[in-house]
Ligand binder design. Structure first.
Ligand SMILES: [Zn+2]
Ligand SMILES: [Zn+2]
Length: 276
């Protein structure tokens, strides 16, 4: 499973359309989606699921079961609310089959929600545009720094001010990463947070005329030409393209993307393949 450096953030990930997607962010101790469960993903106690397709959620029982066997904390699963009832039924069926507790906390989410992830991070939930209900997540980090008037005043003065209840810090929120899950290109037009996030992980299932843009849209996916056409919209510092159809080899993926992307995007875009 490849690891990619995305503007200084390490991403350990696999994503192949219809097969499996799991995007791990080890330094944040979380991952997005678990199609099949790589053993490395069992380390993370928080999983943000985008939708109910099996290539994005099929490995959840391995995740919860392995953590239980290893006596790790019960995981917390963010999941679009449309899937919550069936998810509970699925887990109940697994509990009966496996004779195990498979304890987990399910947090049903909807567009507009903001979920606290701890350590100054939160997940903003937005609507992606797929053929089934899908949510994307924007991870915001709040960085604390001294107010300008306190810079250079010395630790003692700052400690005294804080003890007296004076606010000496500003919190500076920044959207560090967006993951859209499966979506058409429309999410980029609809959601400013997708265009402006520092890092963007975006699917690009189809790459050339082996599959038409029209078919890509009807099946709820991005075609590379949709990105090329909207190149000016992306303000992100780094973009990782994922979820390529299996019809393209890793070499083809790299070649087609390098050939089609305009210069304004080329330096900022990486592709996730087996050979990344
Ligand atoms: Zn998918
Ligand atoms: Zn899907």
């Amino acid at each position: 499973m490849p690891t990619v450096d995305l503007a200084g953030l390490s991403i350990h990930a696999v994503s192949i359309a219809g097969v499996e997607t799991c995007i791990e962010v080890p330094s944040w101790k979380l991952c997005f989606d678990i199609g099949k469960c790589p053993d490395s993903a069992t380390r993370w106690g928080t999983v943000l699921f985008t939708h109910g397709h099996a290539d994005h959620i099929g490995g959840v029982v391995h995740h919860v079961g392995t953590r239980e066997m290893r006596k790790q904390k019960a995981p917390r699963y963010l999941l679009p609310k449309e899937y919550a009832a069936n998810f509970d039924r699925l887990m109940d069926a697994w509990r009966a089959l496996d004779h195990a507790a498979l304890e987990c906390e399910v947090v049903p989410v909807a567009p507009g929600d903001r979920i606290d992830l701890g350590k100054g991070r939160s997940a903003h939930v937005f609507r992606s545009v797929h053929r089934v209900p899908t949510c994307g997540y924007a991870i915001e980090e709040s960085r604390r720094h001294l107010k300008p008037e306190w810079v250079g005043r010395g630790d003692e003065a700052i400690r005294a001010a804080r003890a007296a209840g004076i606010a000496v810090h500003d919190d500076d929120p920044s959207v560090e990463l967006v993951f859209c899950g499966d979506t058409t290109i429309h999410v980029v037009e609809r959601e400013a947070i997708v265009r402006k996030a520092r890092r963007l992980i975006l699917e690009a299932t189809f790459l050339d005329d082996r599959v038409s843009r029209d078919w890509a849209r009807r099946s709820g996916h991005v075609h590379l030409e949709d990105i090329v056409e909207r190149a000016d919209l992306f303000e992100n510092e780094a973009i990782l393209l994922t979820h390529f159809s299996q019809r393209y080899s890793p070499r083809e993926i790299r070649e087609i993307v390098a050939k089609r992307l305009p210069a304004s995007l080329k330096g900022r875009v990486q592709v996730l393949t087996d050979a990344s």
